[in-house]
Design a protein around this ligand. Sequence first.
Ligand SMILES: *Cc1c(COP(=O)(O)O)cnc(C)c1O
Length: 365
Amino acid sequence: MERIMTNRLDRAYSMYHAELENAALRVLRSGWYIMGRELEKFEKDFAAYCGASYCSGTGNGLDALYLSCRALGIGEGDEVIVQGNTFIASVMGISMTGATPVFVEPDEYYQIDADRIEEKISDKTKAVMVVHLYGQTACMDRITAICEKHGLKLIEDCAQSHGAGYKGKMSGTFGNAGCFSFYPSKNLGAFGDAGAVITNDKETDRRVRMLRNYGSEKRYYNEEVGINSRLDELQAALLDIRLSHIRTLTMERKAKAERYLKEIDNPKIILPKTREGAEHVYHQFVIRCESRDELAAYLSERDIDTIIHYPVPPHLSKAYAYLGIKKGSLPITEKYADTVLSIPMYIGITEEEQERVIEALNAYV
Ligand SMILES: *Cc1c(COP(=O)(O)O)cnc(C)c1O
């Protein structure tokens, strides 16, 4: 029996391969590879898809987060609130500016717990960074109200939530900046590194564009110390093809998730839930189990791979030991790190493969 992997990017590629290959050849033959028409077109199309006024491409998702923080004036001496259970890039986007991340526990949907944000606000707090983790939006009406009340900027990490919405509005459009990653395995994936920042604010967009290109708007005239983080023409052209199919791709993920939700039935396994008003695009299908490591080993023996998103919460990573946050200080975050398990979920997973995953999970005792 063929091993079921946690992701199969070859399957997604084969879906639109002719269109993708044509676009790649067009760019290769054009003689123009950085900051050209392909990027302009993708930026325009992605902004329109999200319902945002502006989009600027970046080299990757981490840079999108970092550049947004910089564009919004976040830096040394500032604090930014972020959920404890996230991919470490969210936190690095904050700390790379010199600002200090302040962690908040997640709710039962794995998103930042809106009830626990205000207790973490200090006179140094400059912004809240929301992560729409696993593909589901956080409780955005409550969070936007908190940010407004306290005069805080709102940054959304949308690296896992392309096309996810909350009460009819797209992720990335609730706050000052929406940050996307198009890493190959994301719901909208490139064929290398890529990212973007969307915003409705002209000045924020101007600053991101300036900072992504050595802090210059006019070539060789540099206003600020920026970085080099550009989305190249080849990736932009390939992303634009996939963007034109994203509704189909999202529907497929949802249909696969629906099947898991309907057919996985085991009292030892906690299935993901969707918040009222939130739309889930299932970047990951994350279950929870008290005996998580044993379950993962059991599945592996049956040729089913799984992955943990994420085994070490940022506050307990060596990278952030300098913050001095002790084990036990974020019990819900730490409990999730010990019990979550992502099962195979990707474009092109077959019915038979899903069947095998479901049967194995239901037979686990
Ligand atoms: C993937 C991811 C990022 C980083 O994106 P890169 O393009 O890999 O830099 C940031 N935040 C979250 C939540 C992610 O999943």
